[in-house]
Ligand binder design. Structure first.
Ligand SMILES: Cc1cc2nc3c(=O)[nH]c(=O)nc-3n(C[C@H](O)[C@H](O)[C@H](O)COP(=O)(O)OP(=O)(O)OC[C@H]3O[C@@H](n4cnc5c(N)ncnc54)[C@H](O)[C@@H]3O)c2cc1C
Length: 498
């Protein structure tokens, strides 16, 4: 095997034990775990962009920050020492430290966009055809195991629905994912369409400088307004407890508390809703009617509760810099947006915080032994490997809990699987339905009743299915995965080795 460091970044061929796709938080974490747990394995990270960070590099809109806390969105192995909700820049600097401290950079090939991935059973390897986005050169990498850390959405551009009359609107329409550096919002009338975490982040960041910002939502989202600090972390730091301990203790406390919220949300949704409203009323005043604008039709925790650090969104509303309108768009006009209620919103700038384009497997064309792969024909093994696809894992994190919790769990699983294969002398592992799985019900990749953001429901037909029984379920439940994934029996007959 070629050692990773021996492969010249400009070479047309390099063979590695493990090929990692993407240098976002999952790919960088994967590389760390692989290096720690399987130090003899050679690997390379192929990244289409010119730098690491993925999501945190792509999104540059004002105020870009996490919507979950960094004690759990940060890695298990790297203490988080800042405020719980972090800016994009802070997350990039944290990831940069992981890369520097562990000498990961020499394994990353930037500007390498993978166009196709071919598995050959005869050769027992993956072949990736890659275009260098800086030089246009075509290069090829081969590897024994493919670790897909490409995230879940297309990085080039976000999703903007087509509305009638958009072409006659005289102002600017901007998607937060492709925010122009030179966009001048000062003193402008801005309408932000959407009320997800992106809208809630962007609005307080621009509200004070704009003429006015309106958050236009079709339906409300749950928000948790809370101080951007963690009392327990502050106490532990006062006691001079080592940061590693503080990270682990605070992480456990947050996960424990979240588990209670999940349970309470299922058993007593009204109580949880009331608690969330209390935080909002504390800023907007008891007279503010939270009903129309902040009461979603779904139960709390069906989607991740977006944290509003220090309640900044609500302070912008209280100051009169921002307001919320819950209505539907009928059409764009020359000067704004006409709503189905008959109202009209004047706008110089319309920001479409309307979500993502799902990218199934990084828009890479896959084939298995010469046959094009239809990913939707496969069944997921624990939501991370897929029937009929040998030697491949996809990191699809959590939506309700922090994504990275699952990236860490999957990384441990991959390392255990690689050791197991070596122990058995196997060069190939393929998830395969057993005879007893033949009659199992097959369900959508995620339960649409349980989790239904637009980009998933629009594209569910492109995604693998999950089985009704273990180990084919994809529960999106950290609290069960944390026990079941490390305990997974690698010889239960569902993973076929050769
Ligand atoms: C604005 C925003 C805020 C978010 N906040 C949170 C949060 O607070 N908490 C949370 O849990 N989740 C959050 N998420 C979800 C977030 O995307 C994930 O948590 C996480 O960052 C995903 O990391 P990743 O490494 O798996 O994928 P990504 O960050 O998407 O990175 C994937 C990388 O793979 C590369 N890639 C893709 N295809 C190819 C290819 N064909 N060839 C080569 N390279 C390729 C991309 O260029 C990219 O760098 C947020 C998402 C957004 C958009």
């Amino acid at each position: 095997m070629v050692q990773a460091e021996a492969a010249d970044p400009g070479s047309t061929i390099g063979h590695f034990d493990v090929l990692i796709v993407g240098a976002g938080i999952s790919g960088v974490g994967g590389a760390y775990h692989l290096q720690q747990q399987c130090p003899d394995k050679t690997y390379v990270i192929l990244e289409a962009m010119g730098d690491f960070g993925g999501t945190w590099k792509t999104h540059t809109f004002p105020g870009i920050r996490s919507d979950s806390d960094l004690y759990t969105f940060g890695y298990r192995f790297k203490p988080w020492t800042g405020p719980p909700i972090a800016t994009g820049e802070e997350i990039l600097s944290y990831m940069g430290e992981v890369i520097d401290d562990n000498d990961l950079d020499r394994h990353i090939r930037y500007h390498h966009s993978i166009g196709s991935a071919r598995w050959s059973t005869e050769e027992r390897r993956w072949t990736l055809e890659v275009t260098r986005t800086d030089t246009g050169e075509e290069v090829r990498f081969t590897g024994d195991f493919l670790w897909m850390c490409q995230g879940y959405y297309r990085h080039r551009a976000g999703y903007t629905p087509e509305w009638e009359g958009m072409d006659r609107f005289r102002g600017e329409v901007v998607h937060p994912q492709t925010w122009p550096d030179d966009l001048d919002h000062v003193d402008k009338q801005v309408v932000v369409i959407g009320s997800g975490a992106t809208a809630a982040t962007l609005i307080p960041a621009i509200a004070a400088n704009c003429g006015h910002v309106t958050m236009l939502q079709r339906s409300p989202t749950y928000f948790v307004a809370r101080p951007n600090s963690n009392e327990l972390a502050d106490t532990l730091r006062e006691l001079d407890i080592p940061e590693e301990w503080t990270h682990e203790i605070v992480r456990r406390k947050i996960l424990h508390d979240q588990e209670q919220v999940v349970r309470l949300s299922a058993e007593f949704p009204d109580l949880v809703r009331e608690e969330l409203f209390k935080g909002i009323r504390a800023i907007l005043g008891d007279d503010y009617d939270v009903g129309p604008h902040f009461t979603p039709a779904y139960q709390p925790w069906r989607q991740r509760l977006a944290v509003i650090p220090d309640g900044d969104l609500f302070h912008s509303i209280a100051a009169g810099d921002a307001s919320v309108v819950t209505d539907e768009i009928e059409a764009f006009t020359e000067s704004g947006i006409r709503l189905t209620s008959g109202d009209h919103l004047e706008a110089d700038i319309v920001v479409t915080a309307t979500g993502f384009e799902l990218s199934v497997l990084g828009d890479i064309e896959f084939s298995i032994d010469g046959e094009p792969l239809d990913f939707s024909d496969t069944v997921g093994y624990r939501g991370m490997m897929f029937t009929g696809i040998p030697n491949m894992v996809w990191v699809f994190g959590y939506f309700r809990a922090s994504w990275t919790l699952r990236a860490d769990l999957i990384a441990d699983f991959v390392c255990r699987l690689l050791h197991h294969m070596d122990g058995r002398g196997a060069s190939m592992v393929t998830p395969t339905l057993r005879d007893e799985d033949a009659d199992m019900d097959l369900l959508p990749w995620v339960d649409p009743e349980d989790f239904n953001p637009g980009y998933l429901t629009r594209s569910m037909h492109l995604l693998p299915r999950q089985g009704a029984d273990e180990p084919w379920r994809h529960t999106q439940d950290y609290w069960s995965d944390k026990d079941t994934i490390p305990a997974a029996d690698l010889d239960d007959g569902t993973l076929v080795y050769d």
